[in-house]
Design a protein around this ligand. Structure first.
Ligand code: SF4
Length: 375
């Protein structure tokens, strides 16, 4: 497939920019300083010598995908650890992308809490307006257990430095359900987080994944549903929950994913999502996947694998993602039997129906509710 954009694609976009193609941009940085024990992301610690070449590959892929009328509404630089790249890398990156950021509303970058003030200031000056720190915990022992390479005091300092550098939109990632977690430890973590100038928390329950240091070792996780619910409710005392793992001022980029908007995926192991109208008028909706392996990606950054989505796949995603978040879904995507089952849940006060949209009261039940409705 040549360029993933087609002229007719524009018809699909109901954006505020009537003559522009408005979309989201994700850029993946696969480098990390050390590997966390639980991490299954596409990230590497032994290929730092490839950082320079990596820029050239990103540029090649980006120029292959972009068209002159594209404008990004949001951009998210994730990883890996984007803060392992020096500010000069981002100066060059923004030099490449800035013509397509004229209407951008949010630019997020993920960083490690050992990041310096100077780096944060330089990144802010480039136009990044949302920063996300992989804090995970403020407990020294828990950080060592997870094999994070920062200390609690570095995290505190980095968040204060981000504020000093002018960031108003600051996120912390926290991890819970590790074997070390107790109400006491988690309360301390939350009290520290709440005392800082943060606008958003992402809280992820530990999962034991394949191809990680902890693969198969379930002793590293705590299975305590009561503790999990207690922790989520504790966060909700301070920040509004708008998605199963996310609280506070919503991240527009992630909302875009959950709303089913199209996005560009640039970088090794990145994923893009496109809606493409064929000559016969039918829509093709698909994800494309770049190569995970950085060496292979550098050789050919535009070699993709495609996953075509059926109408049923799309419906399932809309219902599931809608019920995990404040987004909800339009009841007209359901067939009559499914509508009937959704209606039963509305009557039982498990779902809320507002005009034609259906919302969940409890995002933690998204799996079960989706399975019941779509059966
Ligand atoms: S910093 Fe993030 S991406 Fe890197 S190893 Fe740790 S969890 Fe994985």
């Amino acid at each position: 497939m040549e360029n993933l954009r087609s002229e007719k694609e524009k018809e699909f976009n109901n954006s505020q920019f009537s003559t522009l193609y408005s979309t989201l941009l994700y850029i993946h940085i696969p480098f990390c300083d050390s590997k966390c024990n639980y991490c299954a992301f596409n990230s590497y610690t032994n290929i730092n010598h490839l950082k320079k070449e990596y820029f050239s590959a990103l540029k090649t892929q980006f120029l292959h995908e972009i068209s002159s009328d594209t404008q990004f509404k949001t951009m998210f630089i994730g990883g890996g650890t984007p803060s392992t790249m020096d500010a000069g890398f981002y100066e060059r990156l923004f030099g490449l992308i800035s013509p397509y950021l004229k209407n951008v509303e949010e630019i997020t970058i993920e960083c490690n809490p050992n990041t310096s003030y100077e780096w944060l200031r330089d990144i802010k000056n480039l136009g990044v307006n949302r920063i996300s720190f992989g804090v995970q915990s403020f407990d020294e022992e828990k950080l060592k257990f997870l094999n994070r390479n920062h200390s609690p005091s570095q995290a505190l300092k980095a968040i204060q430095n981000a504020k000093k550098a002018g960031f108003e939109n600051i996120n912390l990632d926290l991890i819970y359900s590790t074997a070390l977690d107790t109400k006491e430890l988690l309360t301390k973590d939350l009290n520290t987080a709440f005392s800082l100038p943060v606008t958003h928390l992402s809280a992820y329950s530990l999962t034991i994944e394949e191809n990680t240091k902890w693969e198969g070792d379930f002793s590293k996780r705590k299975y305590d549903e009561e503790l999990e619910i207690w922790f989520i409710n504790k966060i909700k005392e301070k920040f509004r929950q708008y998605e199963i793992s996310n609280f506070g001022t919503p991240c527009k980029h992630n909302l875009g994913y959950w709303e089913g908007k199209e996005y560009f995926g640039i970088g090794a192991g990145a994923v893009g999502f496109k809606k493409w109208r064929m000559e016969n008028g039918e829509w093709r909706i698909f994800r494309y996947y770049t190569q995970n392996n950085v060496h292979e990606y550098l050789k050919d950054p535009t070699k993709y694998q495609y996953e075509y989505l059926t109408d049923n796949d799309i419906k399932k995603e809309k219902v599931f993602l809608g019920l995990r978040s404040i987004i909800g879904f339009d009841e007209d995507i359901l067939n009559p039997q499914e509508k009937k089952r959704a209606g039963i849940l509305v009557k039982e006060n498990k779902l809320l129906k507002k005009e034609k949209r259906i919302y969940s009261y409890d995002f933690l039940l998204a799996d079960a509710l989706t399975n019941y409705i779509l059966d």
